[in-house]
Write a protein that binds this ligand. Structure first.
Ligand SMILES: [Zn+2]
Ligand SMILES: [Zn+2]
Length: 191
């Protein structure tokens, strides 16, 4: 079992074609591939009346409640919802770096999602952010040279970004973290 996985999608990310209909909150809770589990569906799917059901189902399963926020245009609305943590798509533009400060002002943990895939300039990101090494995307780019210069400045979290039951794993992300000499940061206490 892995220590932590806070980046998991379920059928609540209905517009994402990679999500399997089998990837329900109940299934993630039953498989329990990590000791600390959080669900982080796409925020834009939840705002049209779905959030309350989403929240209730996650709480009932005893999991951490997260949302994945797609850039600056969703940030103000996202801060109106009571979640345990945010996962943020920070593209390399001024508006996203500025909105990131707004998310951090909530005092909740903010995880920068798969930054190597978006070419996020980590030099422009506050050291209070948590940086993700993500099993879905880490191998897409020159991850070693991307992450290595920032190794000392941040805490890092490892996530699966699972959209299907067979993605509930972290093997590539853990390989990359080991090569980088990065020890993962546990955002929450074990249940
Ligand atoms: Zn993402
Ligand atoms: Zn995701």
């Amino acid at each position: 079992m892995f220590p932590q996985d806070l980046h998991i999608h379920t059928t609540y990310s209905a517009n994402d074609s990679y999500v399997s209909p089998l990837q329900t909150i109940a299934l993630v809770a039953a498989v329990r591939h990590a000791q600390i589990l959080g669900i982080s569906d796409h925020f834009e799917n939840l705002v049209s009346g779905m959030f309350e059901t989403y929240e209730a189902e996650i709480r009932q399963a005893g999991l951490k409640l997260g949302v994945e926020v797609d850039g600056h245009s969703w940030v103000t609305e996202a801060t109106n919802y009571d979640v345990d943590y945010y996962i943020f798509h920070c593209r390399d533009n001024d508006a996203d770096y500025k909105s990131l400060e707004q998310l951090l002002s909530t005092g909740k943990p903010v995880i920068i999602a798969h930054p190597n895939a978006f070419a996020t300039n980590l030099g422009r990101v506050s050291a209070t952010c948590l940086i993700e090494i993500n099993n879905r995307y880490v191998w897409h780019n020159d991850w070693y040279n991307y992450y290595r210069p920032h190794r000392e400045r941040f805490n890092f979290v490892i996530g699966s970004d699972a959209h299907q039951p067979n993605w509930l794993g972290q093997s590539v992300a853990r390989y990359a973290a080991d090569q980088l000499g990065i020890i993962e940061h546990l955002v929450f206490e074990e249940p």
